[in-house]
Design a protein around this ligand. Sequence first.
Ligand code: GRF
Length: 210
Amino acid sequence: MTIQRRVVVLISGRGSNLEALLAARLPLEVVAVVSNRADAAGLELARRHAIPVEVLSAESVPLREVYDQYLQDIIESYRPDLVVLAGFMRILGDALVRHFERRLVNIHPSLLPAFPGLHTHRRALAEGVTVHGCTVHFVTAELDRGPIVAQAVVPVLPSDDETTLAQRVLAMEHRLYPEVLRAWAEGRLTWQADRPQWQAAVRCLGLGAS
Ligand code: GRF
């Protein structure tokens, strides 16, 4: 029997990326879902899949350093091989990020390094870019600047508004994240000692590039 790698998923909201990961039936075990919000819809989804859930709200632990330490302890109690940020809307402190170095991935709704931070679709439209997309990257202390694993590209259409563009990107997120995690679970993501980049079979999805 092969031992499946253990993944803890962090969410804050609806959990559609979590849903895509679960639907993909990846060769890994989601051992816990952690949220900073008790009302995150994704928690219900996790419960339906009989996945243990944990909630750590900012109100319960106002001091940022203490919050991060608690969060780290909760995550570590599940002995994860990888921590997956799937819409976790809280910035993680340096110490926690360092603790999970090379074990912490995020999906961001833009083609990084363009549009780090919030409101990516609005900003993409305002800039008049013709392509947009999403990025899976390893998390480092610098917000949205960690090593890029893979990206998915979508066109920006003249008729787009924030909603239609967000929908098109989200549909690609739901393809890209499972692809990356499948590659990771199957040992196809390998860290190159001399180069801070992860090599994946799938580096780019969309617009004919695969
Ligand atoms: C996604 O757009 C993701 O890229 C961003 O937050 C959103 C989460 O959506 N980091 P969901 O909760 O997975 O539906």
